[in-house]
Write a protein that binds this ligand. Structure first.
Ligand code: ADP
Ligand code: MG
Length: 477
């Protein structure tokens, strides 16, 4: 038997902590909590790393769905690992009750009509309970994911308004509410916010939130332990059903079938359903047609990729929440650079804040930021093009992109245009004539003049110099 950490040396433990963090980031919070959290580090046997799970069912599932990732991360963190072996190691913790005999914790007690096999594991996070009491559902929600912390911008305002409407309404404004958008854009945040709001306002309303993966897990368990009637009844007794990441059940026919029936039963009784996915209903390949059309028949709200204003707004809000003093320039820089999704944006900010508190006395500047985030920035970078430069510079100086090509000579547009030409010369391998052509067919001497002019201004005008420097950093690879 493996004692947790028993045989592991500190380095291995540290590596394991990192592996877990990477898995969490990779598979997302919900899947991590459902499946990977219960993993415990075992021992190294030669070049084989042993990882323990509490049940056979979980072992099979993890091997099938997360095995490659787990192995890859273990190998990357510890080069002497060639193979990862997942073994079943039931949790054998015993709890000492005051004055009473030793007894196993709840998850280990057997008996009752659904007593599973002896190695069955009931995770402590409520994985098995179909929770409907408001207190219970709240225990599963992320405290930070409330409406108050959700920053609204052009790209998410529809989804936000729809979520609010569902949360604040006594009835069922649209059924289902279908939220969709790319990863890390706030779908889960909005769903939790709905659940928080409803359970707070009307504790008697039974709210159930779960990932589609968990839905499937419970369904499979119910089939296996012949408790399918209980399963159905429990689901059908809720007032608000929220299923996150429904794309997970694409291609999983029997789970889809069950969900379809649950869905219909709830809609018939005028209960609210909220569903999220990474794609619109019509793009969900592997989803049965009848379910797809059902999913699309309420309100379908798209969360678009973030724009600069939203990213900046989120950063300002989070920095304030963290009580961190951040120079505006650093936040602007991050908002320009980390464009992939909000999760990465938050991650970047957290790293900078952590670094500045760890290395006290080292103020946060553009340089330290770039240093700390080198890997992240690289991942978010592409090769910079003249078009990127024109766009960024136009945004920065608040002029129309068309003015990069136009013949207008007013200072307000001519100067930014010169800056863009200068940056094109600095940051791309284009020749002067090529650059000229991209700026409305200008002559190479015009470009040369612009480069000289900007160089001259940089050396005489400090704030202009800073402006150009910021733009350059934002565009640089
Ligand atoms: P998704 O479920 O779409 O993959 P999440 O809801 O998990 O994304 O969001 C990822 C992270 O980004 C969370 O920490 C969330 O709080 C944060 N986030 C996303 N959108 C916003 C927003 N508009 N305002 C504040 N935080 C946000
Ligand atoms: Mg999510």
């Amino acid at each position: 038997m493996i004692e947790q950490w028993g045989h592991a040396d500190t380095t291995l433990v540290e590596q394991w902590t990192r592996i877990r963090a990477r898995l969490r980031a990779d598979v997302g919070e919900a899947a991590f909590n459902s499946w990977l959290k219960p993993l415990t580090l075992g021992e190294m046997l030669g070049n084989r790393l042993r990882i323990a799970v509490p049940t056979r069912f979980m072992r099979d599932w993890i091997e099938q769905n997360y095995g490659d990732q787990l192995t890859e991360f273990c190998r990357e963190e510890n080069t002497s690992v060639a193979q990862v072996e997942i073994i079943v190691e039931p949790i054998r913790t015993v709890v000492q009750t005051p004055g009473g005999p030793l007894r196993p914790p709840i998850g280990q007690r057997h008996g009752g009509e659904t007593a599973p096999e002896s190695d069955e594991f009931v995770p402590a996070d409520g994985l098995d309970a179909v929770v409907t009491a408001s207190e219970d559902v709240r225990a599963l929600l992320d405290k930070r994911f409330v409406f108050k912390n959700f920053i609204v911008g052009r790209t998410n305002e529809l989804a936000h308004a729809a979520a609010r409407r569902v949360a604040e309404s006594d009835g069922v404004p649209f059924n289902p509410l279908f939220l969709f958008g790319g990863v890390g854009l706030g779908k889960t945040h909005l769903m939790h916010a709905i659940a928080w709001h409803i359970t707070e306002r009307e504790p008697s309303r039974r709210v159930l939130y779960m990932s589609a993966e968990k839905f499937m897990y419970q369904f499979i368990r119910a089939l296996r332990f012949r408790t399918i009637m209980d399963f159905k009844e429990q689901f059908r007794a809720v007032d608000v059903l929220m299923i996150d990441d429904i794309q997970f059940i694409c291609g999983k026919d029997s789970t889809q079938e069950e969900f379809f029936h649950t869905f219909n039963a709830l809609v018939d009784q005028n209960r609210q359903i909220v569903v999220s996915a990474d794609k619109s209903p019509s793009d969900l390949d592997g989803m049965e047609e009848r379910l797809r059309s059902r999913l699309g028949c309420g309100l379908v709200a798209d969360i678009h990729p973030t724009d600069y204003e939203l990213r900046l707004g989120i950063l300002q809000d989070k920095a304030e929440q963290l009580g961190a003093q951040m120079p505006d320039k650093v936040l602007e820089f991050l908002a320009h650079k980390i464009t992939s999704n909000v999760r990465e944006l938050e991650g970047a900010l957290n790293r900078i804040v952590a670094q500045s508190t760890l290395v006290a006395g080292r103020p946060v500047t553009l340089e330290t930021t770039q240093d700390v985030l080198r890997d992240l920035l690289r991942a978010n970078d592409r090769r910079v093009t003249i078009e990127d430069i024109q766009k960024r510079v136009a945004e920065h100086f608040n002029i129309r992109l068309a003015d990069m090509h136009s013949a207008r000579r007013a200072r307000a547009v001519a100067r930014p245009r010169q800056v863009a030409m200068y940056l094109a010369k600095q940051l791309t391998a284009r020749s002067l004539p090529e650059i000229g052509r991209k700026f409305g067919g200008r002559d190479h001497t015009t470009v040369m003049h612009a480069v000289r002019k900007v160089e001259e201004l940089r050396s005489t005008d400090n704030s202009f110099n800073e402006d150009v420097e910021l733009l350059k950093r934002m565009l640089e690879i």
